[in-house]
Design a protein around this ligand. Structure first.
Ligand code: ATP
Length: 454
């Protein structure tokens, strides 16, 4: 039997077990920022790795990139972000609180109830910082609000260095920053977050088919991370809500503990970005309303070797939030099971490839030389498989260790007991079934590999 999960339960588990902490906490915190603790960093890295594997390693038509966060204002001018990357801001004239107009459920201030609010005005979400020792108006840079722009600015570099032809993609994972008016709902809406973005460049005209294909492919990927299709909904963004660069956007919505909201957006960005960042635009066949550009020194287009014709590709962009992904994966995995007789257990039924710890090796008796020696050898050998973190847990309290590892999602516990000293076998306990079996130490690597890689 599963109990309902609330955001509070997840937040409490994350803090108690070391997944996620409030950032700057000892100085009272800073709103909209979170830190990933010892287990959170593993979970987050595993999710990012799963994305990278599926986008880059499993395909031959996608290359990776890791570009800078600080971004020259020109980039975000010609991308359209300086003009349009805004949310509508209203102030409460009574209590001075600030709100996003499109998120207000009533015409009144959610804080004090007053109806005395200002008219909405556009508030740009980009963070600025100064660059170099002199602080003047010419020496600032933006912290990127999406990872995508430097994929576009590096388009020619990647094409020239890899000889790619259409269709092909460039993938990047990294931090993005948005000065959200009202950060909230734990790691759902924060001011510093990570994105996993693919820009998939296609021949104009084939964009709508590719768009559909990427939506299906991303749904299948989320299912592999333990977020099944049945718990996701597709939202076809209406034209009056589309971002300035988009011809069509499909949002993958997930039922987060606080409600149905966007987990990933898949946009058809047309040739807007490459076209807007290109020089000599009048020589190019650009269909959409690009920004006029006299500053760029590059043509972000691809030339057909035979016809010599230049094409500015269209681009399909699946853009997923890492933090929202972590929240969805945790929410799906969190279960409280009724064991009868008034007992229950909390389990994080994470897909094993995402689990922060892959296996815990537990000597039955704390500090017992023989048992700890064997356990430590097992740990070292399993660690060599490079499947992720294997933990030697020298606590001597098996029941407590099992409970802890259920709660943090460790798929396998391996207990070294006195029988081990005689027959080289250990007890393995499965997190999901709680079944215990004995197997030979020599069979452990294959067993663990099957469990994690399956
Ligand atoms: P929202 O409408 O929820 O503000 P968005 O449409 O502005 O999101 P995109 O610009 O499409 O978001 O960004 C792509 C992805 O980046 C989102 O699907 C989300 O997973 C993630 N993301 C965007 N803003 C935030 C944020 N403030 N905190 C955490 N993740 C975010």
């Amino acid at each position: 039997i599963l109990t309902a999960k609330t955001m509070e339960e997840l937040v409490a588990l994350c803090k108690r077990r070391g997944f996620i902490f409030q950032s700057n906490e000892i100085y009272g915190g800073l709103q909209g920022l979170y830190d990933y603790g010892p287990l959170g960093v593993e979970l987050k890295n595993n999710l990012k790795q799963a994305w990278w594997r599926s986008m880059v390693f499993d395909r031959d038509d996608v290359e990776g990139l890791d570009a800078s966060i600080l971004t020259k204002p020109s980039v975000l001018k010609f991308s359209g972000h300086e003009d349009t990357f805004t949310d509508p801001l209203v102030d409460c004239k009574e209590c001075n609180s600030r709100w996003r107009a499109d998120q207000l459920k009533t015409p009144n201030c959610p804080s004090c109830g007053s109806s005395n609010l200002t008219d909405p005005r556009p508030f740009n979400l980009m963070f600025k910082t100064s660059v170099g020792p002199v602080e003047d108006s010419d020496s600032f840079a933006y912290l990127r609000p999406e990872t995508a722009q430097h994929i576009f600015t590096n388009f020619k570099n990647v094409v020239d260095s890899t000889s790619k032809s259409l269709p092909f993609g460039i993938a990047q994972i990294g931090k993005a920053f948005r000065n959200e008016i009202t950060p909230r709902n734990f790691i759902f809406r924060v001011r510093e977050f990570e994105q996993m973005e693919l820009e998939f460049f296609v021949i104009p005209g084939s964009d709508e088919d590719w768009h559909k294909e990427w939506v299906e492919s991303r749904l299948a990927w989320w299912a592999e991370q333990g977020v099944p299709k049945d718990n996701l909904e597709l939202y076809h963004v209406p034209s009056d809500e589309l971002a300035h660069y988009s011809k069509a956007t499909v949002d993958i919505m997930y039922k987060f503990p606080h409600g149905l909201e966007e987990l990933e957006g898949i946009a058809n960005r047309t040739d807007f970005d490459l076209g807007s960042h290109s020089k000599n635009q009048d020589e190019l066949d650009i269909n959409s309303s690009v920004m006029e550009n006299k500053e760029s020194n590059s043509r972000l287009a691809i030339q057909d070797q035979e016809t010599k014709k230049w094409t500015v590709p269209y681009v399909i962009e699946p853009s997923a939030g890492v933090d929202r992904g972590v929240l969805a994966v945790l929410n799906e995995a969190y279960k409280v099971e009724d064991l009868g007789e008034g007992k229950s257990r909390t389990v994080l039924a994470l897909r094993p490839h995402l689990s922060p710890i892959k296996a815990a090796v537990i000597p039955l008796k704390k500090n017992h030389e023989g048992l700890v020696g064997i356990a430590s050898d097992i740990k070292k050998n399993l660690q060599k498989l490079r499947l992720g973190r294997i933990l030697l847990e020298n606590t001597g309290n098996i029941g407590k260790s099992y409970r802890r590892h259920d709660e943090i999602g460790t798929p396998l516990c391996i207990t070294v007991d006195f029988e081990t000293l005689e027959d080289d076998s250990v007890t393995i306990r499965d997190r999901d079934t709680m079944e215990q079996n004995r197997i030979k130490i020599s069979d452990l690597p294959k067993y663990l590999e099957n469990l994690i890689v399956k």
